[in-house]
Design a protein around this ligand. Structure first.
Ligand code: PLP
Length: 370
């Protein structure tokens, strides 16, 4: 079972003794003890449930470690950080705004300090997000790990944009990997979740214990939906990545667009690093137009791309990122490329880009992919 396409379908075989081909949905919050009062393998739903165990097996096999699942991506991020319990955390400049918010709140509460790279000391955490949200910036994971090791610093990688199909940070030496499974892993915009994966047994035990203590195991229904979603992850990611690559390639030549952020483009600052640590560039890209108002006008004209936050689903989404993230450039539009025909997506973007002054639409600047 070496190929991810096989692992997503069969890695959980044997966990549940059932003739069902599709996993059964369990809603019970408690499990019966035997006639002697002895507990079986399952006692209470806050501690564990069969569907999350199946999901964790699949996700662990995909990422190459032991996986634990949480009710949201932020839940997984908070769990890793709390379990590592650093004195200092260093965040990259471009990072999911929720992660920045969490680190800021916890800093205010005195749990740790947010610091710069050069201030990190043994036991601290160097947070990496690659590709990053929303600028799709790349961090050289192996180089970061090498620099961190020398200083006894832990490296955690948020690999949500890449998915385990395109990038495997544990193999590059990272101490832990997190994903918002809400995004590509579930892939259908209908179940929130998060996962953390590591090969550090002490960290696994601490995280398991904390998860029982603070009641942060992913719910039954979400685990079931995510297990169903992950079965098609390799296929979806392949298509989303090739469509995003084609869209970036056309946008970068469009005079109405001032900047395109996509690691697959040759002029991306760390394109070579992306090419060596990823097996594809992913379904996320951002581009910029002249101003906040111009971005508004583009979004108002989109028909196929739905204007909404979130990403990684089967349907394409566009978001004016400045509305939620005050670190994002004013005219930045983030695209999550779905499974629609790329030709239809081009046509939608071409119409929406118009002239950007709200006047006559300018047609034909976006050509079909080469
Ligand atoms: N990490 C990244 C890179 C994200 O983009 C997000 C959400 O957009 C999260 C983490 C948080 O995930 P969730 O919304 O499931 O908490």
């Amino acid at each position: 079972m070496n190929e991810p396409a096989t692992r997503v379908l069969h890695a959980d075989a044997g966990i549940e003794d059932s003739p069902d081909i599709a996993p059964p949905l369990h809603l019970s919050t408690t499990y019966a003890r035997d006639a002697d009062g002895e507990a079986g393998s399952h006692v209470y739903r806050r501690d564990h449930h069969l569907t999350s165990e199946r999901l964790e097996k699949v996700l662990g096999e995909l990422e190459g470690g032991t996986a634990l699942v949480y009710p949201s991506g932020m839940g997984a991020i908070a769990a890793v950080l709390r379990s590592l319990n650093p004195a200092r955390v260093c965040l990259p400049d471009d990072v999911y705004h929720g992660t920045r918010h969490l680190v800021t709140v916890e800093t205010e509460l005195g749990r740790w300090e947010q610091t710069d790279l050069y201030e990190l000391e043994p036991g601290d955490v160097w947070w990496v997000e690659s590709p990053s949200n929303p600028k799709c910036l790349i961090t050289d994971i192996a180089a970061t790990v090498a620099a961190a090791r020398d200083r006894g610093v832990k490296v955690v990688v948020d690999s949500t944009f890449a998915t385990p199909i395109l990038q495997q940070p544990l193999q590059l030496g990272a101490d832990a990997v997190v994903h918002a499974t809400t995004k590509f892993i579930n892939g259908h915009s209908d179940a929130m979740g998060g996962m953390a994966v590591t090969n550090d047994d002490t960290l696994v035990e601490r995280m398991r214990s904390l998860r029982v203590a603070d009641g942060s195991l992913m719910g039954n229904l979400e685990a079931w939906l995510t297990l169903r979603g992950v079965r098609t992850l390799p296929l979806r990611v392949e298509r989303q990545s090739s469509s995003a690559e084609a869209i970036a390639d056309v946008l970068v030549r469009d005079p109405r667009v001032t900047k395109v952020w996509y690691p697959g483009l040759a002029d991306h600052p760390l394109h070579d690093v992306a090419a060596s640590q990823m097996s594809g560039y992913g379904g996320m890209l951002s581009f910029e137009v002249d101003s906040f108002e111009a971005a508004n006008a583009v979004l108002a004209r989109l028909k196929l791309f739905r204007v909404a936050t979130s990403l990684g689903g089967v349907e394409s989404l566009a978001e004016h990122r400045r509305r939620v993230d005050d670190h994002a450039p004013e005219g930045l539009i983030r695209l999550s490329v779905g499974l629609e025909s790329p030709t239809d997506l081009f046509a939608d973007l071409d119409r929406a880009l118009g002239t950007q002054d709200g006047g006559q639409e300018k047609k034909g600047a976006i050509r079909s992919p080469r």
